[in-house]
Ligand binder design. Structure first.
Ligand code: BG6
Length: 256
Protein backbone atom coordinates (compact mmCIF):
# COMPACT_ATOMS: atom_id res chain seq x y z
CA UNK A 1 0.00 0.00 0.00
CA UNK A 2 1.21 3.47 -0.82
CA UNK A 3 1.18 6.48 1.49
CA UNK A 4 -1.82 7.77 -0.41
CA UNK A 5 -3.90 4.91 0.97
CA UNK A 6 -3.20 6.05 4.50
CA UNK A 7 -3.90 9.70 3.92
CA UNK A 8 -7.30 8.96 2.40
CA UNK A 9 -6.45 10.61 -0.90
CA UNK A 10 -7.20 7.48 -2.88
CA UNK A 11 -10.78 7.28 -1.61
CA UNK A 12 -11.17 10.98 -2.37
CA UNK A 13 -9.91 10.26 -5.88
CA UNK A 14 -12.45 7.49 -6.34
CA UNK A 15 -15.37 9.52 -5.07
CA UNK A 16 -14.58 12.46 -7.33
CA UNK A 17 -13.92 10.25 -10.33
CA UNK A 18 -17.29 8.54 -9.91
CA UNK A 19 -19.12 11.80 -9.40
CA UNK A 20 -17.50 13.53 -12.37
CA UNK A 21 -17.81 10.46 -14.59
CA UNK A 22 -14.33 10.86 -16.05
CA UNK A 23 -11.58 8.33 -16.57
CA UNK A 24 -9.47 9.11 -13.48
CA UNK A 25 -8.73 11.65 -10.77
CA UNK A 26 -5.28 12.03 -9.24
CA UNK A 27 -4.81 14.15 -6.15
CA UNK A 28 -1.60 15.59 -4.72
CA UNK A 29 -1.19 16.91 -1.18
CA UNK A 30 -1.62 20.61 -0.38
CA UNK A 31 -3.26 23.74 -1.76
CA UNK A 32 -1.83 25.61 -4.76
CA UNK A 33 -3.33 28.86 -3.45
CA UNK A 34 -1.28 28.71 -0.27
CA UNK A 35 1.86 26.81 -1.17
CA UNK A 36 3.69 27.17 -4.49
CA UNK A 37 5.31 23.75 -3.96
CA UNK A 38 1.91 22.16 -4.57
CA UNK A 39 1.98 23.35 -8.17
CA UNK A 40 5.27 21.52 -8.60
CA UNK A 41 3.64 18.37 -7.22
CA UNK A 42 0.90 18.75 -9.84
CA UNK A 43 3.62 19.10 -12.47
CA UNK A 44 5.43 16.01 -11.24
CA UNK A 45 2.26 13.89 -11.05
CA UNK A 46 1.19 14.93 -14.54
CA UNK A 47 4.67 14.34 -15.98
CA UNK A 48 4.68 10.80 -14.57
CA UNK A 49 1.23 10.01 -15.92
CA UNK A 50 2.02 11.57 -19.29
CA UNK A 51 5.31 9.75 -19.82
CA UNK A 52 3.78 6.40 -18.91
CA UNK A 53 0.87 6.75 -21.36
CA UNK A 54 2.23 8.60 -24.38
CA UNK A 55 3.56 6.76 -27.43
CA UNK A 56 6.35 7.93 -29.68
CA UNK A 57 5.19 9.79 -32.79
CA UNK A 58 2.08 11.20 -31.13
CA UNK A 59 0.89 14.82 -31.27
CA UNK A 60 0.27 16.67 -28.03
CA UNK A 61 -1.55 20.00 -27.69
CA UNK A 62 -0.79 22.02 -24.56
CA UNK A 63 -2.35 25.19 -23.14
CA UNK A 64 -0.69 28.05 -21.33
CA UNK A 65 -0.68 28.92 -17.64
CA UNK A 66 1.61 28.47 -14.67
CA UNK A 67 0.29 25.00 -13.84
CA UNK A 68 1.02 23.48 -17.24
CA UNK A 69 4.34 25.37 -17.32
CA UNK A 70 5.48 23.35 -14.28
CA UNK A 71 5.18 19.95 -16.04
CA UNK A 72 8.23 19.92 -18.38
CA UNK A 73 10.56 20.36 -15.38
CA UNK A 74 9.75 16.77 -14.43
CA UNK A 75 10.14 15.12 -17.82
CA UNK A 76 13.46 13.55 -18.73
CA UNK A 77 14.82 13.02 -22.22
CA UNK A 78 14.25 9.48 -23.45
CA UNK A 79 14.75 7.75 -26.77
CA UNK A 80 11.12 6.83 -27.03
CA UNK A 81 9.96 10.44 -26.65
CA UNK A 82 11.99 12.00 -29.45
CA UNK A 83 9.33 11.75 -32.11
CA UNK A 84 6.67 13.52 -30.06
CA UNK A 85 5.28 16.71 -31.58
CA UNK A 86 4.05 19.47 -29.24
CA UNK A 87 1.75 22.25 -30.40
CA UNK A 88 -0.13 25.07 -28.69
CA UNK A 89 -3.80 24.24 -28.07
CA UNK A 90 -4.55 27.76 -29.20
CA UNK A 91 -2.61 30.52 -30.83
CA UNK A 92 -3.19 33.39 -28.41
CA UNK A 93 -0.41 35.73 -27.43
CA UNK A 94 -2.27 37.87 -24.90
CA UNK A 95 -0.47 36.46 -21.88
CA UNK A 96 2.79 36.66 -19.99
CA UNK A 97 5.38 35.31 -22.43
CA UNK A 98 6.65 32.51 -20.17
CA UNK A 99 3.13 31.24 -19.65
CA UNK A 100 2.00 31.22 -23.28
CA UNK A 101 1.02 27.92 -24.82
CA UNK A 102 3.63 28.31 -27.58
CA UNK A 103 6.47 28.75 -25.17
CA UNK A 104 5.25 25.86 -23.02
CA UNK A 105 4.98 23.59 -26.10
CA UNK A 106 8.62 24.42 -26.83
CA UNK A 107 9.73 23.62 -23.29
CA UNK A 108 7.89 20.27 -23.38
CA UNK A 109 9.72 19.48 -26.62
CA UNK A 110 13.03 20.48 -25.16
CA UNK A 111 12.46 18.38 -22.05
CA UNK A 112 11.54 15.29 -24.09
CA UNK A 113 14.03 15.84 -26.87
CA UNK A 114 10.98 16.02 -29.17
CA UNK A 115 9.70 18.55 -31.70
CA UNK A 116 7.33 21.50 -31.55
CA UNK A 117 5.52 23.77 -33.92
CA UNK A 118 4.78 27.32 -32.89
CA UNK A 119 1.68 29.20 -33.82
CA UNK A 120 1.20 32.85 -32.99
CA UNK A 121 -2.20 34.37 -33.32
CA UNK A 122 -3.10 37.87 -32.12
CA UNK A 123 -6.02 37.92 -29.69
CA UNK A 124 -7.12 41.45 -30.42
CA UNK A 125 -8.30 41.03 -34.03
CA UNK A 126 -11.61 42.44 -35.18
CA UNK A 127 -14.27 39.89 -36.12
CA UNK A 128 -13.66 40.68 -39.79
CA UNK A 129 -9.89 40.25 -39.70
CA UNK A 130 -10.29 37.14 -37.57
CA UNK A 131 -12.53 35.62 -40.27
CA UNK A 132 -10.07 36.53 -42.99
CA UNK A 133 -7.15 35.08 -41.03
CA UNK A 134 -8.87 31.70 -40.83
CA UNK A 135 -8.20 31.28 -44.55
CA UNK A 136 -4.47 31.83 -44.21
CA UNK A 137 -2.63 28.62 -45.18
CA UNK A 138 -0.68 28.53 -41.90
CA UNK A 139 -3.89 28.85 -39.87
CA UNK A 140 -5.66 26.19 -41.96
CA UNK A 141 -2.73 23.86 -41.44
CA UNK A 142 -2.99 24.34 -37.69
CA UNK A 143 -6.74 23.70 -37.71
CA UNK A 144 -6.10 20.45 -39.60
CA UNK A 145 -3.43 19.49 -37.11
CA UNK A 146 -5.97 19.83 -34.29
CA UNK A 147 -7.87 16.96 -35.93
CA UNK A 148 -4.86 14.69 -35.43
CA UNK A 149 -4.11 15.44 -31.79
CA UNK A 150 -3.51 12.32 -29.65
CA UNK A 151 -3.27 14.02 -26.28
CA UNK A 152 -4.26 17.37 -24.76
CA UNK A 153 -2.76 18.76 -21.57
CA UNK A 154 -4.65 21.79 -20.32
CA UNK A 155 -5.12 24.07 -17.35
CA UNK A 156 -8.38 25.39 -15.92
CA UNK A 157 -8.79 28.97 -14.73
CA UNK A 158 -11.34 30.78 -12.58
CA UNK A 159 -13.44 32.80 -15.04
CA UNK A 160 -13.13 36.30 -13.57
CA UNK A 161 -9.45 35.81 -12.77
CA UNK A 162 -8.76 34.85 -16.38
CA UNK A 163 -10.80 37.77 -17.72
CA UNK A 164 -8.79 40.14 -15.50
CA UNK A 165 -5.48 38.57 -16.50
CA UNK A 166 -6.43 38.91 -20.15
CA UNK A 167 -7.46 42.51 -19.60
CA UNK A 168 -10.82 41.75 -21.18
CA UNK A 169 -13.10 44.69 -21.95
CA UNK A 170 -15.71 45.85 -19.42
CA UNK A 171 -18.43 44.56 -21.76
CA UNK A 172 -16.82 41.14 -21.88
CA UNK A 173 -16.46 41.01 -18.09
CA UNK A 174 -20.07 42.08 -17.60
CA UNK A 175 -21.18 39.45 -20.06
CA UNK A 176 -19.24 36.79 -18.15
CA UNK A 177 -20.93 37.93 -14.95
CA UNK A 178 -24.36 37.91 -16.53
CA UNK A 179 -23.93 34.44 -17.96
CA UNK A 180 -22.48 33.28 -14.62
CA UNK A 181 -19.28 32.00 -16.14
CA UNK A 182 -17.32 30.02 -13.56
CA UNK A 183 -14.47 28.23 -15.28
CA UNK A 184 -12.22 28.74 -18.27
CA UNK A 185 -10.23 26.29 -20.36
CA UNK A 186 -8.46 26.74 -23.72
CA UNK A 187 -10.21 30.06 -24.32
CA UNK A 188 -13.76 28.88 -23.61
CA UNK A 189 -15.72 30.07 -20.56
CA UNK A 190 -18.15 27.65 -18.89
CA UNK A 191 -21.11 28.17 -16.52
CA UNK A 192 -21.78 25.77 -13.64
CA UNK A 193 -23.66 23.36 -15.88
CA UNK A 194 -20.61 23.12 -18.13
CA UNK A 195 -22.21 25.07 -20.95
CA UNK A 196 -19.72 27.17 -22.95
CA UNK A 197 -21.11 30.70 -22.55
CA UNK A 198 -18.28 32.56 -24.26
CA UNK A 199 -15.16 32.02 -26.28
CA UNK A 200 -12.30 34.41 -26.83
CA UNK A 201 -11.58 35.20 -30.46
CA UNK A 202 -8.72 32.91 -31.29
CA UNK A 203 -7.73 29.91 -33.33
CA UNK A 204 -7.49 26.79 -31.24
CA UNK A 205 -8.78 23.34 -30.56
CA UNK A 206 -12.60 23.24 -30.63
CA UNK A 207 -14.78 21.50 -28.08
CA UNK A 208 -16.00 18.97 -30.65
CA UNK A 209 -12.41 18.20 -31.65
CA UNK A 210 -11.55 17.68 -28.00
CA UNK A 211 -14.26 15.01 -27.79
CA UNK A 212 -12.27 12.98 -30.31
CA UNK A 213 -8.91 13.26 -28.55
CA UNK A 214 -8.16 9.87 -26.94
CA UNK A 215 -6.24 11.17 -23.92
CA UNK A 216 -6.81 14.41 -22.02
CA UNK A 217 -5.09 15.68 -18.89
CA UNK A 218 -6.82 18.55 -17.08
CA UNK A 219 -4.47 19.98 -14.46
CA UNK A 220 -5.62 22.55 -11.88
CA UNK A 221 -5.47 22.98 -8.13
CA UNK A 222 -6.16 25.43 -5.29
CA UNK A 223 -9.38 26.05 -3.32
CA UNK A 224 -10.12 29.14 -5.43
CA UNK A 225 -10.43 26.95 -8.52
CA UNK A 226 -12.90 24.39 -7.11
CA UNK A 227 -16.03 25.92 -8.69
CA UNK A 228 -14.16 26.48 -11.96
CA UNK A 229 -13.01 22.87 -12.12
CA UNK A 230 -16.51 21.58 -11.31
CA UNK A 231 -18.04 23.82 -13.98
CA UNK A 232 -15.66 22.66 -16.68
CA UNK A 233 -15.89 19.01 -15.58
CA UNK A 234 -19.72 18.94 -15.91
CA UNK A 235 -19.35 18.48 -19.66
CA UNK A 236 -15.69 17.49 -20.00
CA UNK A 237 -14.98 14.52 -22.30
CA UNK A 238 -15.17 11.20 -20.41
CA UNK A 239 -11.59 10.32 -21.33
CA UNK A 240 -10.32 13.21 -19.17
CA UNK A 241 -7.88 12.56 -16.34
CA UNK A 242 -8.14 15.30 -13.71
CA UNK A 243 -4.98 16.05 -11.75
CA UNK A 244 -5.71 18.33 -8.82
CA UNK A 245 -4.74 19.03 -5.21
CA UNK A 246 -6.32 18.00 -1.94
CA UNK A 247 -7.69 21.46 -1.11
CA UNK A 248 -9.53 21.80 -4.42
CA UNK A 249 -10.76 18.21 -4.19
CA UNK A 250 -12.21 18.67 -0.67
CA UNK A 251 -13.83 21.94 -1.68
CA UNK A 252 -15.35 20.33 -4.80
CA UNK A 253 -16.94 17.62 -2.68
CA UNK A 254 -18.40 20.32 -0.41
CA UNK A 255 -19.89 22.13 -3.39
CA UNK A 256 -21.39 19.04 -5.03
C1 BG6 B 1 -3.97 30.07 -19.39
C2 BG6 B 1 -4.75 29.21 -20.32
O1 BG6 B 1 -2.75 30.38 -19.93
O2 BG6 B 1 -3.79 29.37 -18.17
C3 BG6 B 1 -6.07 28.96 -19.69
O3 BG6 B 1 -4.93 29.87 -21.56
C4 BG6 B 1 -5.93 28.34 -18.30
O4 BG6 B 1 -6.86 28.17 -20.53
C5 BG6 B 1 -4.98 29.15 -17.45
O5 BG6 B 1 -7.20 28.32 -17.70
C6 BG6 B 1 -4.63 28.54 -16.12
O6 BG6 B 1 -3.57 29.28 -15.55
P1 BG6 B 1 -2.82 28.90 -14.22
O7 BG6 B 1 -1.67 29.84 -14.16
O8 BG6 B 1 -3.79 29.10 -13.12
O9 BG6 B 1 -2.38 27.48 -14.37
Amino acid sequence: PTMEKWTGRSSLERRLQEYLGISAVKIVAGDCDRDPVTKNLLGLKTAEAFVSTIENGQIIAVTGGSTIASIPNYIEKANDLQELLFIAARGGVGEDIGLQANVIAASFAEACGGKYRTFYYPESLSEETHKAFQNEPSVRKMIQLYEQVDCVIHGIGEAQTMANLRESSTEEKEMLQKTEAKGEAFGYYFDRTGKAVHRIRTVGIQIDQLERVPLIYAVAGGISKAAAILAYMSTAPKQTVLITDEAAAQEMLKQI
